[in-house]
Design a binder for this molecule. Structure first.
Ligand SMILES: Cc1cc2nc3c(=O)[nH]c(=O)nc-3n(C[C@H](O)[C@H](O)[C@H](O)COP(=O)(O)OP(=O)(O)OC[C@H]3O[C@@H](n4cnc5c(N)ncnc54)[C@H](O)[C@@H]3O)c2cc1C
Ligand code: FES
Length: 367
């Protein structure tokens, strides 16, 4: 009896699997959705060819939604309101949408396929995001696994961004990688320099985009990126500021502090930069020089795993070990964090324990 039930379940599952597979193939080979209309904010109408994702279709039409993972459904950055024509929610979207988001018609644009007329609602400032063509004017080694790219803008020739924002860099095809991908990188230079931007990129083992940057990209080549994106930028207030970063998370903080130095802030500032060993530190002298340009700025590089070869006389441990020493007035402190999700979660916990309000903690997780 039990054997019979299991057998039936297995057969039904196998048939459903085969049918789903055939439907996907049929959709890929035979489907022709023809011309569809995307209505944006009940105002603008765009005629598009159906069949691709909403994210790519909007990109083709120069409307650039944030998409840190490049459309793989793993970052949730491409969320947007789709009020008609999106079809059922896919399992890949569910981890990024709360029950309230679903009620409010939010979807992941990279997972929604344009098959019929669609209505969407997006913030107006998305129309300011542009596609840029740039020349790689310089590539510098900052550490054994971090490079700095200087991108001289060719078209448009200037960019307007807030210190802390990021761009989506498009890789070129190389070796066995036959498709270009798009990944998020924070701008590390100050917005005062608007004809060239700098990016700080850490090599991720087997990472598609970072392997291209570290092993294939050459000075003089042309690259494309879109931007600027993101809401990780300095809030306009008089509060004390604590910046905490690790690895390539230094990029947006560098942009912020260089901007603040140009604009002569009087705010009290501490920057804790965490690295494993001495070989992972970079721009130390640069920030030590910047210390002298502010009335009250401390740059504190700390090592979590110094070895004997590091010959390190500086501070060790993790950022929260130094909160008692450097956070003088928690209720009047803003925190700006950047790095891996694990590091940010641990630091955020420490800041809240110290009394920094969660509304004053801002971060970009390099997920
Ligand atoms: C808002 C934002 C800003 C960012 N800014 C920067 C920046 O300024 N500098 C920078 O170097 N990176 C930054 N990143 C991370 C960057 O977007 C890419 O995720 C990273 O460079 C890996 O891309 P890849 O194509 O080489 O790897 P992929 O091909 O995407 O990934 C390869 C493998 O590595 C894993 N992986 C992906 N990212 C990491 C990681 N960071 N550490 C360890 N394993 C990983 C993946 O899960 C996968 O298994 C930022 C991310 C976000 C969301
Ligand atoms: S682009 Fe990352 S989830 Fe859609």
């Amino acid at each position: 009896m039990l054997f019979g039930i299991i057998n039936t379940v297995l057969i039904v599952s196998a048939i459903s699997g085969i049918l789903a597979f055939l439907l996907v193939i049929a959709d890929l080979v035979f489907a022709n959705y023809g011309e569809c209309k995307i209505t944006i904010n009940d105002k603008k109408e765009v005629k598009v060819e159906g069949g691709d994702s909403l994210l790519s279709t909007l990109n083709e039409n120069k409307i650039f939604l944030a998409s840190a993972c490049g459309g793989r459904g793993s970052c949730g950055f491409c969320r947007c309101k789709v009020t008609a024509g999106a079809g059922p929610i896919l399992p890949t979207e569910k981890p990024f949408l709360s029950p309230q988001d679903i009620k409010d018609d939010f979807r992941l644009a990279c997972q929604v396929k344009v098959k019929e007329d669609i209505k969407i609602e997006i913030p107006e400032d998305i129309f300011n995001i542009k596609k840029f063509k740039a020349k790689v004017s310089q590539i510098k080694d900052l550490t054994h696994d971090i490079k700095e790219l200087h991108l001289q803008l060719l078209e448009p020739q200037e960019i307007d961004f807030k210190a802390g924002q990021y761009v989506q860099l498009q890789s070129n095809k190389y070796a066995k990688i036959k498709k270009s991908v798009s990944r998020a990188y924070s701008i590390s230079s100050s917005p005062d320099k608007n004809k060239e931007i700098e990016l700080i990129i850490r090599k991720v083992p087997d990472g598609i985009c970072t392997t291209w940057v570290h092993e294939y990209l050459q000075e003089g080549e042309e690259v494309n990126f879109t931007g600027p994106f993101g809401d990780f930028y300095i809030r306009d207030s008089k509060a004390d500021m604590i910046f905490i970063a690790g690895g390539s998370g230094k990029a947006p903080i560098k942009s912020m502090i260089e901007y603040l130095s140009k604009h002569k802030t009087e705010r009290r500032m501490v920057y804790i930069f965490g690295a494993r060993a001495r070989k992972d530190l970079y721009y130390t002298e640069h920030f030590q020089n910047l210390e002298k340009q502010f009335p009250d700025f401390t740059y504190l590089p700390i090592l979590s795993r110094p070895t004997a070869q590091c010959n390190w006389n500086g501070k060790c441990g993790y950022a929260p070990n130094y909160f008692d020493e450097f956070i003088k007035d928690p209720k009047n402190t803003e925190a700006y964090l950047c790095g891996s999700p694990g590091m940010i979660d641990a630091v955020e916990k420490g800041l809240k324990k110290k009394g920094v309000s969660s509304e004053n903690i801002y971060y970009d997780k390099f997920a």
